[in-house]
Design a protein around this ligand. Sequence first.
Ligand code: BES
Ligand code: MN
Ligand code: ZN
Length: 491
Amino acid sequence: MEVRTSNTPILQWTGDGLAIGLFEDAVELTGDLATLDEKLAGSIKELIAEEEFKGKAGSTISTRVAGGSQVRKLIVVGLGKAEDFNLDSLRNAAASIARSGKKQNCKTLAISLPVYHNQLADTAQAIAEGVELALYEDTRFKSEPEEKKITIETVDLLGLGGQEAAIARAAQICSGVILARQLVDGPANEVTPITMAQTAQTLATDYGFQLEILEQEDCEKLGMGAFLGVAKASDLPPKFIHLTYKPQGTPKRKLAIIGKGLTFDSGGLNIKGAGSGIETMKIDMGGSAATLGAAKTIGQLKPDVEVHFISAVTENMISGHAMHPGDILKASNGKTIEVNNTDAEGRLTLADALVFADKLGLDAIVDLATLTGACVVALGNDIAGMFTPNDDLAKELAAAGDKAGEKLWRMPMEDKYFEGLKSGIADMKNTGPRPGGSITAALFLKQFVKDTPAWAHLDVAGPVWADKESGVNNTGATGFGVRTLVNWVMS
Ligand code: BES
Ligand code: MN
Ligand code: ZN
């Protein structure tokens, strides 16, 4: 499938499917659309009336146009209220159009949507992202993929001639999002610490990154007792990934992106019980997947910023070697942790990853982690929790997420709640009481950042996975975080 820009007037474009967008409660046709409707013998007006189309965001209607017309199918998508129009309206509208065009066997598709605030490049990029992300499908694990005989071959973005660079940029971004989706969709018997390290190796080869993989012995030497405590029961070797992108010349900033990388979370000896969603815990490396996905895009965009991509990858398993509930672990900054719950393992792996990054002399660190069910309870499946003591970084990330169409909501870092992590025997416990569970998790992480001026933690337990198709997301892995991270690094 190829997304192209085009200056062909809408009245002249010929092909299988032509898609237009209309705002909510403003579905009367004017200008070129009125002329187009006349040309098509009033079929757009009829379609709108018959379907009682109101232009609601996400609503899509379509009809067959009389044979011999310039197009075979006409697709009308709702853009929502004009006052709420933004880049994400375009991204989502394009996703709906792409799905509709695919269902209707359009080989060639044209999209004509309004330009957002005279920003041709951002408009083209958002539409191209919507198309590419909606058409992603994971057929890797089907023995006989039920392949459709007819697939979309070309998508022309009408009125956006000359925006080739924006479309190329969308493709670079989508390649990162899709890598993250594939890693999260991949089950735990396919995506392991070993294959995650291999993926990092492939990125290093493809984009000229520096790569350091710390093996278990290396982690032992660095005193990463928290990470290794989690890894103890796995039959697979833990892998600590440190991938570095260095621009030519002096970097404007030095940043780290850290991702929680549990390729499976059984809970450990505090095993996840019935109804806990244990069978979905392949997603527990969603932070790490977003980190590697962002690396793939950044390797192509080549900003003048140094970026360290870090992930302590392992599984949380059960065996005679497993850490016991109550064990005391020592992290690489010397702090001791009483493990009162082996299922709060992500923060243990992140503790050593944060200490490692904190020693690199960076301007800022952002970690992403499928850290707590509590955050899903608080914010639902579409919104990530953002925790940071730093207002400037909070603003940067909010702007990056907003432009990306990925929702972040800042959560409080209530220092008093750290009392819930007080241990009688060690420096802290790894698990606090149930109330405020995502906040105590963030306060735990904060103990492992000392010298870096800005740090933020994104709890992405909800949005890395979608139970049903919506916007640019299909059922399954969403690749959440990649677009926000890329925007943040580029800002
Ligand atoms: N990986 C889970 C969190 C999670 C839950 C991710 C749902 C995705 C969807 C994490 O390791 C975990 O088990 N957290 C516990 C913490 C508790 C023991 C303090 C939780 O949220 O229940
Ligand atoms: Mn867990
Ligand atoms: Zn986990």
